[in-house]
Write a protein that binds this ligand. Structure first.
Ligand code: BG6
Length: 497
C-alpha cells in the first residue's frame, strides 16, 4: 500500500460557500456577503454605499479594489448575493454529512464562520448560538467516524473589522483573531484535532479583499496585512499546542501560484518563475521555518515596505511554526518574459493570475490548466523544502454538469481529473518518498464558487439543484463520480479503474 493506513481521504468546503443562513442566530456579515455573482459567466463585484449614501460597486478582480473612504458595505436592492443562501448547509448538514459518510469519508474540511462566533469580529464575548451550531456539526461528523479538519479563517473576515479598521491592515485585528482562535481551541478541545490558521494565505498577492478584507492591493498595504496575519497565525499555533498537545495546526497555501513553470529555458524566464514562486513560498517559509527569508527582506528594502516587525513578533514567529504544510492545488502557472507569448485565457478577469498558455496542457472551461504531473512536482518541491508532513486540502475540477432525464449525471471528466491526480500523488509518495497525510477534494458537494459566485461552476460528487438565477429545489443527487470516489477510498487509493 502506498498511502498511510490512516490516510485522510475526504472533501473540503468553506462556511461562506455552503452554509447560507447568513443572518441566523446572531451571525454578523462577512466580506463574502457583499459579493454579487452568478449571472455573468466570469465576474463578480463588491457592492457598497459611500459616505454620502450613494451605492457603488468594484470589480472583484482588477488592479485595485478600492472603495471610497468611509464607505459601508451592504447588500443593495436588486442585486443577488449567492453566499447569503449558499446551499443551505446550515439546515441540511445532517443529511449532507450522511452522504459524505456513504462515500466513506475519513475527513471533512470546513471552516468556522468567524462572524457566527464574533459577529463584528471585535467583541469580547462569543455568540453562544454560533458556538452551539459547530458543536452540532462536529458531533454529527464524529458520530460517522469522520475527522473534522477546521480552517479558522477562510475568505470570511467579519465586515465589522473591515469597516472599523480596514481588516488586516490594522494590528488590532491580530488580537481579535487570537481571541477567536483561542475560543475555538478551548470549546472544541477533544472534538477537533486538525486545524489550519488561514485559507490560502498567499492569495493576498492577487486578491487582497478575499485574503484579508483590504481595500487596496498596493504591496505597501498587503504586505503589512500579511505580516499581521503571519503573527496571528504563529500566536494561534502556540495557543493550540498549549490548549491541547494533540492539536495539529497547518498553514495553507494556494499552490496554483507556487507551481510555476518558465515558458522557455531562457534564464530570464527561469528567474521570473523562481521569483513568482517565491511570492507563494514566502508565506510557508515564515510559517514552517519561523523567520522571514532573505529574498523577502531584500524586496521590502527595495520597495520601501515597512511591516512594523517587533521583537515580540520575531519571537512569536519563531515559536509558532506549523505542524504540517497544507495546500490547495488546481493548476500550474506558466510565465514568460516575452510579452508576445499569449495568455492562457485573455478574456478572463483572472487572466494575469492564470499566466501564459502552456502548449503541453489543456484547460478547464474556466481557463485553469489541467496538470496532474504538476501535483507531483508540487509535492516533491514542498517536501524537499520543509521536510514536514504535507496535506492536500483542496484539489478539484470546476465544470458544467448536465442532469439527464432519468436524474443521472455522467461526470466522467471529473473522474478522469481525479484519477490522474491521485496517480500523480501516488508517484510522489511511492517513488519520491513524500510524507502525505491526506487528500481532500474541493467541494464534494456543489457549492458557490469563490472567484465567480456561480453555481454553474460545479465541483461536487453530489449535485445540488440550485441555479445562477436563484432557482432550484436544493435537492441533492449523486453523480457518477460519487461511487468512483467511494471505491477509491475503500481501497485506500488502489482502485483507479
Ligand atoms: C480555492 C478556495 O481557491 O479554490 C476555495 O480556497 C475556492 O474557496 C476554490 O472555492 C475553487 O475556486 P472557485 O473560484 O472555482 O470556487
Amino acid at each position: 500500500m502506498s498511502f498511510r493506513k490512516d490516510f485522510l481521504w475526504g472533501g473540503a468546503t468553506a462556511a461562506n460557500q455552503l452554509e447560507g443562513a447568513w443572518q441566523a442566530d446572531g451571525r454578523g456579515p462577512s466580506i463574502a456577503d457583499v459579493m454579487t455573482g452568478g449571472t455573468a459567466h466570469k465576474t463578480r463585484t463588491l457592492t457598497y454605499v459611500d459616505a454620502e449614501g450613494r451605492p457603488g460597486s468594484i470589480e472583484f478582480f482588477g488592479d485595485l479594489h478600492e472603495p471610497p473612504a468611509d464607505s459601508i458595505f451592504e447588500p443593495l436592492p436588486g442585486e443577488w448575493y449567492p453566499n447569503h443562501e449558499g446551499i443551505d448547509f446550515y439546515h441540511t448538514y445532517e443529511s449532507d454529512i450522511a452522504l459524505m459518510a456513504e462515500m466513506g469519508f475519513k475527513a471533512f474540511r470546513m471552516s468556522v464562520a468567524w462572524s457566527r462566533i464574533f459577529p463584528n469580529g471585535w467583541e469580547d464575548e462569543p455568540n453562544k448560538a454560533g458556538l452551539a451550531f459547530y458543536d452540532r456539526v462536529f458531533d454529527c461528523l464524529l458520530s460517522h467516524g469522520i475527522e473534522p479538519v477546521v480552517t479558522i479563517s477562510h475568505y470570511e473576515t467579519p465586515l465589522g473589522l473591515v469597516n472599523r479598521w480596514n481588516g488586516w491592515m490594522d494590528r488590532r485585528t491580530i488580537d481579535c483573531y487570537v481571541r477567536y482562535a483561542r475560543t475555538l481551541f478551548e470549546r472544541y478541545r477533544g472534538k477537533v484535532r486538525y486545524w489550519m490558521t488561514f485559507n490560502e494565505i498567499n492569495v493576498m498577492n492577487t486578491n487582497a479583499w478575499l485574503g484579508a478584507g483590504l481595500p487596496s492591493s498596493d504591496p505597501k498595504v498587503t504586505m503589512v496585512a500579511a505580516h499581521h496575519m503571519l503573527v496571528a497565525s504563529a500566536r494561534a499555533v502556540k495557543i493550540a499546542h498549549q490548549v491541547d498537545p494533540r492539536n495539529q495546526v497547518g498553514c495553507m497555501l494556494t499552490f496554483s501560484q507556487g507551481m510555476v513553470y518558465p515558458y522557455s529555458c531562457r534564464p530570464e524566464d527561469v528567474h521570473k518563475a523562481w521569483e513568482l514562486a517565491g511570492r507563494c513560498y514566502f508565506f510557508s517559509d515564515v510559517q514552517a521555518r519561523g523567520y522571514y527569508p532573505s529574498y523577502q527582506l531584500r524586496r521590502y528594502e527595495r520597495e520601501g515596505i515597512d511591516v512594523g516587525m517587533t521583537e515580540q513578533d520575531e519571537r512569536d514567529l519563531a515559536e509558532g511554526c506549523v505542524d504540517y504544510v497544507g495546500f490547495s492545488y488546481y493548476r500550474s502557472t506558466t510565465v514568460s518574459t516575452d510579452p508576445s507569448v499569449p495568455l492562457v485565457d485573455p478574456g478572463s478577469p483572472m487572466s494575469e493570475i492564470l499566466g501564459v498558455k502552456n502548449p503541453y496542457l489543456t484547460v478547464s472551461d474556466w481557463g485553469w490548466t489541467i496538470d496532474p504531473v504538476g501535483l507531483r512536482n508540487a509535492l516533491d518541491n514542498l517536501y524537499d523544502r520543509y521536510q514536514k508532513p504535507l496535506f492536500i486540502v483542496e484539489n478539484g475540477l470546476g465544470a458544467v454538469d448536465t442532469v439527464d432525464e432519468d436524474g443521472t449525471i455522467d461526470d466522467s471528466y471529473r473522474i478522469d481529473f481525479l484519477r490522474s491526480h491521485v496517480e500523480a500523488m501516488k508517484d510522489a509518495v511511492e517513488k519520491d518518498g513524500v510524507d502525505l497525510m491526506g487528500y481532500l477534494w474541493w467541494g464534494p458537494i456543489d457549492l458557490i464558487s469563490a472567484s465567480t459566485g456561480e453555481m454553474k461552476k460545479r465541483y461536487g460528487f453530489i449535485y445540488v439543484d440550485r441555479n445562477d438565477d436563484n432557482t432550484g429545489s436544493l435537492k441533492r443527487l449523486r453523480k457518477r463520480s460519487f461511487d468512483w470516489y467511494k471505491k477509491l477510498i475503500a481501497s485506500n487509493g488502489e482502485s483507479l479503474d
